[in-house]
Design a protein around this ligand. Structure first.
Ligand code: ATP
Length: 238
């Protein structure tokens, strides 16, 4: 079997006395999409941030494309081929679309490559090309989400950590965002997809992990998770 894009084992994260993540195991196959599901506060974002090197953890391991990245800092995780599109998009509101992409491209040492990728992003997401000179803060939520994904792609990742991309978006934009996830998968980019919208996430994923109170409540194929009525009513609000 080829080496996993992401392998998390026995992850424990605490906020003071709160055990936010408790013994979580998680895999993303190379070029695969794993959906990380669960109610508000279940520990999804904390797990994703720990995998990104942005959250210290008390125990467990993180392996990225076969390399032990336990305790590595975010820069090292980026160099290992990982990009993050954070919850709430976090685009620079007072910079233009193009400037947002330029800033994200600063991690690419080859300037010509960075410029080429920026042009590629504006072709790939035509609305960003049309609005290249517009301040990112003036974009709609869906457009900002596209910009957040485009920024993440500027580093040329092999694994994208995508946190709540559909949150607060109009249905048409939600569809568009999920089309983008499918396109990434078709290109061989692996995705860890944190989502509140379990039904849609299960449509694009090939693995799913459900968290409840910081622990894994269930893991399996999307069909296994979707068919479990108890699980659905207890944790997925679907
Ligand atoms: P959401 O969908 O609301 O973001 P989530 O599943 O991503 O939820 P987390 O944000 O990872 O969950 O939160 C897990 C638990 O850790 C929650 O109980 C939350 O209140 C707590 N928590 C998260 N961030 C912090 C923090 N910075 N300090 C203290 N507790 C935190």
């Amino acid at each position: 079997m080829s080496v996993a894009a992401l392998e998390v084992r026995g992850l424990e994260v605490r906020y003071g006395p709160v055990r936010a993540v408790r013994g979580v195991d998680l895999d993303v196959a190379p070029g695969g999409v794993t959906a990380l599901l669960g109610a508000n506060g279940a520990g999804k974002t904390t797990t994703l941030m720990a995998a990104a090197g942005a959250r210290r953890f008390a125990a467990g391991s993180v392996t990225i494309f076969g390399r032990d990245m336990t305790g590595a800092d975010p820069e090292a995780v980026v160099r290992a081929g990982v990009a993050i599109s954070p919850e709430g998009r976090r685009v620079f509101a007072s910079l233009s679309v193009e400037e947002n992409l330029t800033v994200a491209g600063a991690v690419v040492p080859d300037r010509a490559l960075a410029r080429g990728r920026r042009a590629e992003m504006m072709e790939r997401f035509p609305i960003l090309g049309e609005r290249r000179r517009q301040l990112a803060g003036l974009l709609s939520g869906g457009e900002q989400q596209m910009l957040a994904v485009a920024r993440a792609l500027m580093s040329g990742p092999r694994l994208l950590l995508l946190d709540e991309p559909s949150l607060g978006l109009a249905p048409r934009m939600v569809d568009r965002i999920f089309e983008i996830v499918e396109a990434l998968r078709a290109e061989g980019i692996a995705v860890l997809l944190v989502e509140q919208n379990a039904a849609l996430a299960l449509e694009v994923a090939d693995r799913a992990v459900v968290l409840a109170n910081g622990a894994v409540a269930a893991a399996g194929t999307p069909a296994e998770i979707a068919d479990d009525a108890l699980l659905r009513s207890a944790y997925l609000a679907a």
